[in-house]
Write a protein that binds this ligand. Structure first.
Ligand SMILES: [Zn+2]
Length: 353
């Protein structure tokens, strides 16, 4: 079965301004890379579809949906750094709707797994407001669809964007059906996501934040995903895994201060896929969030897609990471979460490679 892709020029119609880092140039670089990528023949493009009001309303309040609708065909500032152009509203609706359809295609076995190469990104958009370059929270709308329309009981969202996905956390902070796991640079925009924000009420323990200082590379990220994400996810037993796939923790990113490589993203993808293999084969769908070096974005997206299509060469990095020291933010997060999950520094839940 093919890898499902959401990929269309409509997402370049959203143009927040020539000096804005979240620029159509990001997807233009990806188009260029895809044109000569041998894997493209084994992908299947999911047709565009605009999200409905009902789908958006599972996450967003009516006032937010109508405010965003009022930007249709217009250039407006939604906040200091979130701007629209004539095509933004249409792109945003197609981003959320097409991601839902990609998830349905994976759930129904029409594609093995998938990646949505869309703009605008979504994970900062809260139920009530646009912010941080985001209009609708695509990944949250997709998770809410899987729970409310498709009847799933447990959806995992893995967010490796360098920024904390405050909007996604807000949407599911009280909800034990959606486990939100985020690694993010801290202190950094938007300033949320401390390690002790773990969810509230029935959702307590179902938000896992790993705030990292700057300068962490492949080995440190791999340790966080092997030693914390994997055991938590194995116990949560997700029926579907969504990835908020931002590529701004890449070493070449002009905004982020982390040091991940293309292969590092492939290794993280393989860790997520190993979890999926145990509980929900095939049901891993990534959606593009940030990533502001167009070239690094393109090469890391290709590395992610190759990993999703079966290339396991990045497991070499996972083996090498075993000999490294756990970074202290990971130790701290394990200390916070071992009251909710059985955590044994990765030994007990070590995955086959
Ligand atoms: Zn970001």
């Amino acid at each position: 079965m093919p890898l499902g892709l959401v990929h269309d020029p409509v997402f370049q119609d959203h143009d927040p301004g020539s000096y804005h880092p979240e620029s159509p140039r990001r997807l233009a670089a990806l188009d260029l890379a895809l044109a000569t990528w041998p894997g493209l023949a084994q992908t299947q493009r999911v047709p565009l579809r605009r999200a409905t009001n009902e789908e958006l309303a599972r996450v967003h309040q009516a006032s937010h949906i109508s405010r965003i609708a009022s930007t249709e065909g217009r250039a407006m500032a939604l906040d200091m750094d979130t701007h629209t152009s004539r095509g933004s509203y249409n792109a945003a609706l197609n981003a959320a709707g097409s991601l839902i359809d990609l998830c349905d295609a994976a759930l129904d076995g029409k594609v093995t797994n998938g990646l949505a190469l869309l703009r605008p990104p979504g994970h900062h958009a809260t139920p009530v407001r646009a912010m941080g370059f985001c209009m609708f929270n695509n990944v949250a709308v997709a998770a809410a669809h899987l729970i409310q329309a498709r009847g799933l009981k447990r959806v995992l969202i893995v967010d490796w964007d360098v920024h904390h996905g405050n909007g996604t956390e807000d949407a599911f902070f009280l909800d034990p059906q959606v486990l939100y796991f985020s690694t993010h640079q801290s202190p950094f925009y938007p300033g949320t996501g401390p390690v002790n924000a773990v969810g509230r009420s029935l959702g307590e323990g179902y938000t896992v934040n790993v705030p990292l200082g700057g300068g962490y590379g492949d080995a440190a990220f791999i340790r966080v995903y092997e030693d914390l994400l994997a055991p938590v996810a194995m116990q949560f037993e997700p029926q579907f895994i969504l990835i908020s796939a931002g590529y701004d923790a890449h070493r070449d990113d002009p905004l982020g201060g982390e040091e991940l490589s293309d292969r590092g993203y492939a290794a993280l993808t393989r860790i997520v896929m190993d979890v999926a293999q145990q509980h929900c084969p095939g049901r891993v769908v990534g959606t593009l969030e940030g990533g502001y070096s167009p070239e690094a974005l393109a090469s890391s997206c290709l590395a992610t897609m190759e990993a999703l299509m079966g290339d396991d060469s990045a497991n070499e990095l996972r083996r090498a990471a075993r000999d490294t020291e756990q970074p202290w933010p990971l130790k701290e997060a394990i200390g916070v979460h071992d009251r909710y999950w059985k955590l044994h520094n990765g030994e007990m839940f070590e995955l086959e490679m």
